[in-house]
Design a protein around this ligand. Structure first.
Ligand code: VGL
Ligand code: ZN
Length: 210
């Protein structure tokens, strides 16, 4: 069975000094680099928002960061401005050694829709493109690493399970935001959905996943 590595949102704005810095985000870089050498199919995602995106608190007057905005599809958490298309903040972390054969998929590109998952926008319906990219490669299992465990990794993992993929999350290659207990909640939801967890450190990646 073909397996793909999906590297989620290892971008400057989620790393230290960024507006939406995930604690110890840089810790994923060596693990992700080691993982990428082991997979024939590598897809990297980028959070890629237009200026004034609906997910930015600054787009809603009087709303603060981390406020929850009701939408027809559930709550939209409001974030600091981040990963604006074509900015340095949206670029992949400079330490990521992107293989020449890797594919890049951008998500959250529509002004009025957020997309945590690389499969569907947050309406749960509008495709982002990962399913099609996996299908053309005859991939039925994915391995996930990146940022953030409790948002974009979580929702990509849950959608993958919903579509019937086998899913493994590499804990050593992920870091979470942990907003109001969201990290523990994410681990619970992934376990219930049948997402596997694995913890190889950088030096163990080759041995464990090779
Ligand atoms: C993410 C919050 C907002 C993520 C993206 O990559 O997990 N989180 N946009
Ligand atoms: Zn975002």
């Amino acid at each position: 069975m073909n397996t793909a590595l999906v590297v989620v949102d290892v971008q400057n704005d989620f790393c230290s000094g960024g507006p939406l810095a995930v604690p110890d985000a840089e810790g994923v870089v060596p693990v992700v680099n080691a993982l990428m050498e082991r997979f024939r199919h590598v897809i990297l995602t980028q959070d890629w928002h237009p200026p004034g995106h609906v997910s930015f608190a600054s787009s809603h007057s009087g709303r603060r960061v981390h406020a929850r905005l009701p939408t027809p599809f559930g709550e939209q958490i409001l974030w600091p401005d981040h990963c604006v298309a074509d900015t340095t903040g949206a670029a992949l972390h400079a330490g990521i050694r992107v293989p020449s054969a890797a594919a890049v998929l951008r998500k959250g590109v529509h002004h009025g829709a957020d997309a945590y998952s690389a499969f569907f926008e947050n309406d749960g319906l509008t495709p982002v493109g990962l399913d099609a990219m996996l299908r053309v490669r005859s991939v039925r299992a994915i391995v996930l690493a990146g940022l953030a465990t409790d948002y974009c990794v979580l929702h990509t993992a849950l959608d993958a399970r919903r579509l019937g993929y086998e899913v493994t999350v590499i804990e050593a290659g992920c870091r979470g935001i942990d907003l109001d207990g969201s990290l523990a909640e994410a681990r619970k939801r992934m376990a219930l959905a049948g997402v596997q967890r694995d913890w190889p450190a950088e030096e163990d990646v080759a041995r464990r996943l090779g």
